[in-house]
Design a protein around this ligand. Structure first.
Ligand SMILES: Nc1nc2c(ncn2[C@@H]2O[C@H](COP(=O)(O)OP(=O)(O)OP(=O)(O)O)[C@@H](O)[C@H]2O)c(=O)[nH]1
Length: 224
């Protein structure tokens, strides 16, 4: 059986939201809990990667502690401050020990069991054909590197890139640059979720309201 674990990316500044993405409320849950609940249901161990410790306030620690007490899963923090999800991935990979690691952003509340399973189903092919990441791709070429699977061994390449580009050259490191160094297996998004709802992400207060509204509408229709 292939052993996998997950990273829930929960750092960043959420400038478009006005701060605090993981702990925005959606249907009585924190946004991050939607993803955590799916992983628990699927028995996939995970680590949550929050922003760098330098940026933590007492309120953050209280909420992070709530997550730890509720899920009994690892919590960790970005090893470099404010350098985007690529550092979140590296920070999570460092403490996970499975051969394959799935990354999930906390801001995609419609991620579900089926879309994760559909992605995981490609691991045997990736293993036998020596791919080192599995990445959903839209028809227009846009990729979903934060809802993807990476081989733990790719941490070597990532560490080198982070050292060279972020630390030595003091530049930003786009995730695309990391993927260019790997051998990716691209999967059409329709194979992962034909409705594409999984890939809806929440960036603004309006996005949050729209999702809340759609959910209410769905519940209402279901009751009728
Ligand atoms: N650990 C970690 N996660 C991050 C970081 N930046 C973004 N993320 C996560 O990656 C996902 C996508 O984030 P973005 O929407 O690109 O960035 P954001 O900071 O959340 O929002 P904006 O500031 O509005 O762009 C979300 O789940 C974020 O929580 C980071 O520096 N560290």
């Amino acid at each position: 059986m292939v052993m996998i674990s997950a990273i829930i990316l929960s750092g960043g500044n959420a400038r478009r939201m006005g701060g605090e993405k993981p702990f925005r409320k959606l249907n009585n849950n924190y946004l991050i809990e939607n993803v955590a609940n799916v992983l628990i249901e699927m028995n996939i161990p995970f680590t949550i990667v929050f922003k760098h410790l330098n940026n933590l306030y007492y309120e953050d620690i209280k909420k992070q502690h709530y997550m730890f007490k509720k899920y009994h899963q690892t919590i960790t923090w970005d090893i470099i401050n404010d350098k985007g999800p690529i550092v979140g991935i590296l920070s999570g990979m460092r403490i996970l020990d499975t051969e394959w690691i799935i990354t999930l952003p906390c801001d995609m509340p419609l991620i579900n069991k089926s879309s994760i399973n559909n992605l995981l189903n490609y691991i045997p092919i990736a293993d036998s054909e020596k791919y080192d990441c599995i990445i959903p791709k839209h028809k227009n070429g846009y990729i979903e590197p934060l809802f993807s699977i990476y081989k733990k061994s790719s941490i070597k390449i990532l560490t080198e890139l982070v050292k060279k580009i972020i630390i030595e050259e003091n530049k930003s490191l786009p995730i695309r640059r990391f993927i260019d160094e790997l051998n990716p297996l691209y999967i059409p998004v329709d194979e992962i979720d034909p409705t594409k709802k999984t890939f809806v992400n929440v960036n603004t207060q309006d996005d949050l309201k729209t999702i809340k509204y759609k959910n209410k509408e769905k519940n209402y229709l279901n009751k009728k």
